[in-house]
Design a protein around this ligand. Structure first.
Ligand SMILES: [Zn+2]
Length: 249
């Protein structure tokens, strides 16, 4: 059993026995893997917060004979979730982010771009005053990275660039120009414009004041439903996030 090092982001955790946590961690070198923190709930020396979803850790671990569960022997918290815990919108956004990656990636699929997106996402979430806008941005970027974001810069029917604006269907996310649009219910113009911005600009370059929470929140539902349908999953944190983001505004 040789010891190895990596850095990773905790995606989920569950209790095992009385004192252990088994966590799904997205690592830089191995992609998503399962790790066990032995005895961490009763440890005086090692902080339990190291196993909290959203935490970024430097890990020293060894792989068991079966190779399915890695045992963490030492860890250092590189980035804690503390700055994100300032508001319920931020914390639910964090839960959504890690659940999204946890439920849509396979074990051992190494993708450094996903790793980097997640690290940058945790950093941005700690800084932004607009967690709802950010989680939509993150989700759209993740979908583009996974190759499942439909093309929304031209009409999906006739291929024109929609110089008079394009409509986006909230279910299929297909774009259509004025002539091809069937007149069904589309995302409103502000939401469609925000989605364009998310896919073409850095988050810090988007003028967020321009996009009201009430206008962009249908995007969160649309993207979530699209992902759930595509992967055949249910994102539990989406409901909490939706409730949190829409109240007291
Ligand atoms: Zn068209």
């Amino acid at each position: 059993m040789s010891r190895q090092k990596t850095r990773g982001i905790v995606l989920s955790r569950k209790l095992s026995g009385e004192a252990d946590y088994i966590c799904s961690i997205y690592t830089k070198d191995l992609g998503r893997e399962r790790f066990i923190f032995k005895g961490i709930r009763k440890s005086q020396k090692r902080p339990r917060s190291g196993s909290e979803p959203g935490t970024i850790l430097d890990l020293i671990y060894y792989t068991g004979i079966s190779g399915t569960l890695n045992t963490i022997s030492e860890f250092d918290i590189t980035v804690s979730t503390l700055p994100i815990r300032k508001s319920s919108d931020s914390i639910f956004s964090l839960y959504y982010m890690v659940e999204l990656i946890d439920s849509t990636t396979g074990f051992g699929d190494i993708n450094e771009k996903i790793y980097s997106l997640l690290c940058a996402g945790i950093d941005s979430l700690a800084k932004t005053e607009h967690p709802l806008h950010f989680i939509i941005f993150f989700t759209a970027r993740y979908m583009a990275l996974q190759g499942i974001m439909p093309e929304i810069t031209s009409c999906s029917w006739c291929g024109c660039d929609g110089s008079n604006g394009l409509f986006i269907d909230p279910v299929s996310l297909r774009a259509s120009c004025g002539s091809c649009s069937g007149g069904g219910k589309n995302l409103d113009g502000e939401a469609a414009d925000f989605l364009h911005q998310c896919l073409s600009c850095k988050f810090t370059k988007i003028n967020l004041q321009q996009y009201k929470n009430s206008s962009v929140s249908p995007l969160l539902y649309a993207l979530t439903a699209y992902i759930e349908n595509y992967f055949g999953i249910k994102l539990k944190s989406a409901e909490m996030l939706g409730k949190s983001a829409l109240t007291i505004r």
